[in-house]
Ligand binder design. Structure first.
Ligand code: CP
Length: 309
């Protein structure tokens, strides 16, 4: 079987079920039977990973940094605010200088759709690129860690009902999850939220739209909350935070309509009291912090697939 990625990890859209499972299986080697991270072999000794985050991040940037360090790589954290980007240097020039200095892999977050794709095309085979989130387009490593988390708790994808609740329109996480869960054979995916936040490119038979939270999460095995991405909204197209929480916020009362063993997910950052109640975020069904833990393993597996032996 061909590995999931050869040179770059930019999108999950065109990956097959087998390729995604191969990646998840590689990450599984980095998790103990009790679900803890285990120390990996230093497979990236001598490699240099540059984190270029041109948009804010906590989880993804720290997760990549921890993953690269665990594998023995040198990690370079590029700070755009103190860089020569502020003096007019182009992104491609910055990339070329860092490549000349020996960078093997760029982890790139960018506010513009497909900016990592452009950088990958510019680099060719000189270095690898991982898309750490581009605009409203994709967040492939988040979808991989979400799939890993779902498999960890639910085992099999083929019978699952998954509800993705919130600002689907602006969410690269939702888009990448739709691609991944579709490839993995999830038969019932519900997109739940106000009409203004539920625009989708296409709607295959296994994907349904719900403007009512209760019908959207009815009997669900997985409920994934999304943040309202106000920074990407062109106009005030949704109710205020209090009204949104009343209608679409995940609360204990509303979650009685999902399966009693449903897992609750959120990619972070969470807005407690807007899309999710605090007691749900911290409650027994929440796997939100496990997602972050599994993310380190998944990102190690992706980096090894691109650079390792
Ligand atoms: N999930 C996620 O992408 O979080 P950050 O924006 O903090 O990286």
């Amino acid at each position: 079987m061909k590995p999931a990625f050869i040179q770059h990890c930019l999108s999950i859209k065109n990956l097959s079920r087998e390729q995604i499972l191969q990646l998840l299986d590689q990450a599984q080697h980095l998790i103990s039977p009790t679900g803890e991270l285990i120390p990996p072999p230093a497979l990236l000794t001598g490699k240099t990973v540059a984190n270029l985050f041109l948009e804010n991040s906590t989880r993804t940037r720290c997760s990549f940094e921890m993953a690269a360090q665990r594998l023995g790589a040198h990690v370079l954290n590029f700070d755009v605010n103190t860089s020569s980007t502020r003096k007019g240097e182009t992104m491609f020039d910055t990339i070329d200088y860092l490549t000349a200095m020996g960078t093997d892999l760029f982890v790139i977050r960018h506010a513009e759709d497909e900016a990592p794709h452009q950088i990958a095309a510019h680099l060719g085979k000189r270095a690898s690129v991982i898309n750490a989130g581009d605009g409203c387009n994709e967040h492939p490593t988040q979808a991989m860690l979400d799939a890993f988390t779902i498999r960890h708790y639910k085992g099999d994808f083929s019978r699952l009902k998954v509800a993705i609740v919130g600002d689907v329109s602006h969410s690269r996480v939702a888009r990448s999850n739709l691609y991944a869960l579709t490839a993995l054979g999830v038969p019932d995916i519900r997109l739940v939220g106000p009409a203004a936040l539920l625009s989708v490119e296409s709607q295959p038979a296994h994907v349904s739209l719900h403007h009512d939270l209760i019908s959207g999460i009815e009997d669900a095995d997985v409920v994934m909350a999304l943040r309202l991405q106000r920074e990407r909204m062109q106009q005030a197209s949704i109710p205020n935070a209090e009204e949104y929480f009343q209608e679409f916020g995940l609360t204990a009362e509303k979650l009685k309509h999902a399966k009693s063993d449903a897992i609750i997910m959120h990619p972070g950052p969470m807005n407690r009291g807007v899309e999710i109640a605090s007691d749900i975020a911290d409650g027994p069904q929440s796997v939100i912090f496990a997602q972050a833990k599994f993310g380190v393993a998944v990102r190690m597996a992706i980096m090894v697939m691109l650079l390792g032996r």
